[in-house]
Design a protein around this ligand. Structure first.
Ligand code: UD1
Length: 426
């Protein structure tokens, strides 16, 4: 599939002060699609995934599968087709893994499938150290030999076996990588203190559909009974709860009336609770969420936590909202150690934010003012565009490449709701 023009744009200009109104549809979840795409390394034959968002990160994962010897490509209507003949190459290309941390998801599947893997140490957004020790701890417990040399991780196991693995922290990526590897291991693997994010459940359901024997996903204890083989299947990826939340906040900060359809309402519950505490009028249906103006926004305190706590991926967008709420709010970021870069740019727009290590104190202001700002990571980009929508005057947002990693045409979706946004290629 050709890359749409949006991929060429590097900056955008937002005209603030326009209340957004109408209904918009959420895309498929990036954080579900990426591990599910990687999991197709484990499957024999043909697989079709639907509701896969077309993003630079999913394009990169598609290239990764190709580089590993798997035929994989996007088709129209967000369909992604994979044909896996079982001839998997053991080496993941440096330029793909260092550009996207989620590339490391291929480690567990390659190891389980062919008994060896050589993967460069991963890269990704600059929001913290983000080590992979928990992934490796899991592989080691399943019998893999691990060597770290010259920036590569070498993994080897003639046969992976089941193991009891207690994660020191419920890491999303480690839970997923271990779940995938254990699906083809000999015997039973039990992951304790597993992550419970909806994207884990989505990966679990996909693997079960392909023939895996897994129970307990969505809880702290996941039990995986290894099977001999997994077979190609069809699977529909869940919708993106972070995109849903971002579009809702766009409605809130512009004092508009926005409905997001194709939403997983239960998965958005931690955010919905905080929006209610902030005084937002919010209503839900089976697959939609609506926000309407309800007077002044109120301050609230937030601590980011593993699911079902408040998601770190919505922290930046909530900081924009709380910058405009009456009173003093506090945000504590407890998942990543360096995820407040957006605060510096929000301050350029008139926000009153004080940072102290992993805590931010936000004193609400009456209005923000348009400025030139720079995106430093994916969700920071969303926060700055939201601020631009709410601000007086126009805001130039630079560094759109970060935004395209995880949002499927966010400027276009905001325009559907009446936003005045123009993208530029500089
Ligand atoms: C995933 C999401 C990301 C989200 C994050 C937390 C994808 C593609 N990305 O990232 O959007 O913000 O979950 O919800 O799904 N850690 C270790 N050792 C490890 C692994 C992680 O110390 O082996 C630490 C990390 O440095 C970080 C914390 O654990 O501080 C959370 O990381 P993790 O849950 O693994 O996040 P990701 O899977 O990288």
């Amino acid at each position: 599939m050709e890359q749409p023009d949006g991929f060429l744009h590097t900056s955008l200009t937002v005209q603030g002060g326009v209340p957004l109104k109408g209904t918009v549809s959420a895309s498929g979840s990036k954080n579900s699609a990426l591990p599910i795409m990687a999991a197709t390394i484990l499957l024999d034959g043909e697989t079709e995934l639907t509701n896969v968002p077309y993003l630079s990160d999913t394009i990169m994962m598609s290239r990764m599968l190709n580089a590993l010897g798997i035929r994989a490509e996007f088709h129209s209507n967000k369909r992604f087709k994979i044909r896996n003949s079982g001839r998997i190459k053991p080496i993941a290309p440096y330029e793909l893994v260092t550009a996207m941390r989620a590339s490391f998801f291929v480690a567990g599947p390659i190891l389980a499938r062919i008994g060896m893997a050589k993967i460069p140490l991963p890269g990704g957004c600059a929001i913290g150290a983000r080590p992979i020790n928990l992934h490796l701890k899991g592989f080691e417990a399943m019998g893999a030999e691990i060597r770290l040399e010259h920036g590569f991780v070498f993994l080897k196991a003639n046969e992976l076996h089941g193991a009891k693995i207690n994660l020191d922290f419920p890491s999303v990526g480690a839970t997923e990588n271990i779940m995938m590897a254990a699906s083809l291991a000999k015997g039973t693997t039990i992951i304790e203190n597993a992550a419970r994010e909806p994207e884990i459940t989505d990966l679990g359901q996909f693997l079960v559909k392909a023939g895996a024997k897994i129970s307990g996903f969505g809880t702290q204890t996941i039990v995986i009974e290894g099977v001999e083989r997994l077979n190609g299947t069809h699977y529909d990826v869940i919708s993106d709860r972070v995109e849903v939340g971002t579009l809702l906040i766009a409605g809130i900060v512009t004092k508009g009336d926005v409905t997001v359809k194709n939403a997983c309402v239960d998965d958005s519950e931690p955010l919905i609770q905080k929006l209610k505490e902030s005084g937002v009028d919010i209503s839900t249906g089976p697959d939609w969420i609506r926000v309407k103006p309800n007077g002044e926004l109120k301050s609230t305190d937030i601590v980011t936590l593993p699911f079902p706590g408040f998601p770190t991926d919505m922290q930046a967008q909530m900081m924009t909202l709380l910058s405009l709420a009456k009173g003093t709010s506090m945000i504590q970021e407890s998942i990543f150690e360096n995820r407040f870069n957006h605060a510096h740019e929000l301050k350029r727009m008139g926000a009153n934010i004080k940072l102290d290590h992993n805590k931010a104190v936000i004193i609400g202001v009456n209005s923000l003012s348009g400025a030139d700002v720079k995106i430093t990571d994916l969700r920071a980009g969303a926060a700055l565009i939201l601020a631009g929508l709410a601000a007086e005057g126009h805001t130039n947002v630079f560094g759109l490449n970060f935004l395209k990693r995880g949002y499927e045409n966010l400027p276009g979706k905001l325009r559907e709701l009446g936003a005045q946004i123009e993208e530029q290629s500089t």
